[in-house]
Design a protein around this ligand. Sequence first.
Ligand SMILES: [Zn+2]
Length: 394
Amino acid sequence: MTATNKTLWLTAGDIETLREIVSARAKRAERLGLPVPTIKVGPETRDERGQIGNVTITKTAVQIIQDVPSFNGWKLVAVLTFAEDGIVYPTPVITRPRGSECEIPNGITCKTCDHCNTSRTRNRVVVVQHDTDGVKALGLACAEEYLGVRGLESLLNSWCSFAESDELESFGSGYSQLATAREILSVTWACVKKFGYIKASDHGPTETPTYSLVQTAIFGNSKLPAVKELREELDGNYGTDEEIDGLISWLQSQSSNSEYIANLKILIDDGSAPIISKRYGIVCSAVASYFRHLEIEIKRAKVAATSNWIGVKGDKVNVMATVTGNRTFETQWGSKYLVTFADQTGNVLTWWGTSQDAAECEIGQSVTVKGSIKELGEYRGTKQTVLTRCKIAK
Ligand SMILES: [Zn+2]
């Protein structure tokens, strides 16, 4: 499998669009210190018959030219991504630089690293080639050390998000499927509102995953009844500019601790970058995450509005309640439990317990709580009655 610079045959209008996309990518590549893509137009042209009537369309040969990224004498062959959205796939998504001619060796798995030889599951494995030292497959974290490039991991994560040459090189084929992150998010918004979020990896036999609905809605042929029907159902539910702005700024304010969020932030950026079809699944998942966040906020606001203190400090209480949480903390004296309850009018009670009673509180259980009020607290706007020396009866 050798990647070469493919010739695209494009109309004048398509060439202009491609110029814009490539110039946006060039800016990002420059910012990252990666080889900058350019396009070579012509001189060859050819005439094609158009789809409508007998119109003849003149198309020009176009190539996208970009040097293969290289790090201290090691040329990048490919980045193999084994996970997306937290699910490990056995077959990786392979991202190759445009124009790379090196073969990817067989047998590379998510457990391969020729540097440390440690067998553990990795999200990404990078394959590099040296003129004299051959080809190596390295875990992304190890590659940074082995190739002596600081920040290589985040550099390659960014590179993967926009370097999928094969997709750009199907540009102009009439079904190139390039839409901006913002367009995809807006259509996903409507799909999730109408049909719920259906993950790519675990959809049932009769369900269509969200990303696939989104692709159909954006690119489907409107002459097909199914496509027409889908668009009619989504109409009026698309995410508005303000809603998508809200989603993007929420996303960008999230911590990049998880690789999933870090990738999503790079990919969606300010929403204007074109997204290739391979990445639709992960972009769509951002809407599901954001809806979950909004639901939690609404619940929190409801609880905050209804919860009141149930007495004053020192009062004895004896109330029926539901266990809403039980978190265990290990201390040098043993386990400690932070148990939370909601009484029948929605007031929040909390109890730091160490007894068997505390250990046995399970979320959802209906219980009778006997104890005394230690203090009247407030957490994130919610009034909480803090209890002590509780006895729990089920
Ligand atoms: Zn390693």
